[in-house]
Design a protein. Structure first.
Length: 161
């Protein structure tokens, strides 16, 4: 069972009248196959980073994620082993990613962008939403995984892709 209390909630400010374009991204597992092999480097647009971090999550690659976590998020999890346990339990509970994901990129504040990914998993009764708050340098300042809101409009990708 996913323990939402262990996660740092990300406050997302709604953006009005944003231009949107629909994307049909590859599943996170495919995005991960295209991610750099070895090391902890992650680069690219916020959308590419969100896809990469999501791929690392479903692959159970806690070490790479930990290397990109900011200080507050590291404090929330306590240590790398806690993150490893959380990811292991979560991936086991959810199963494999299935079908196409819907994505959205929002500018929450000047220095943070929020990448949201809604996707179905084999053992989850409803779609799940993964959100990564990203600093301008690509570090992860926030993370949330929860059931997708029922009234969730089709996410979109906007801005640099």
């Amino acid at each position: 069972m996913i323990r939402p209390a262990r996660l740092r909630l990300v406050v997302v400010l709604a953006l009005a009248a944003a231009s949107a374009c629909d994307r049909r991204p590859a599943p996170a597992a495919e995005a991960g196959a295209r991610a750099a092999e070895g090391g902890t480097d992650a680069s690219g647009t916020p959308t590419e980073l969100g896809r990469t971090y999501s791929a690392w999550l479903v692959a159970g690659d806690h070490a790479r994620l930990w290397s990109r976590f900011g200080p507050e998020l590291r404090q929330d999890f306590g240590n790398e082993d806690s993150l490893r346990r959380y990811i292991s339990e979560t991936v086991t509970a959810l199963g494999a990613e299935q079908g196409e994901a819907r994505e959205r990129l929002d500018e929450a504040i000047d220095t943070v962008q929020v990448y949201s990914r809604v996707v179905r998993f084999a053992r989850a009764p409803q779609p799940m939403m993964v959100q990564w708050s990203l600093t301008r340098d690509g570090a992860i300042s926030g993370f949330m995984l929860r059931p997708a809101p029922e009234r969730d409009s089709a996410p979109r990708v906007q801005g640099p892709q």
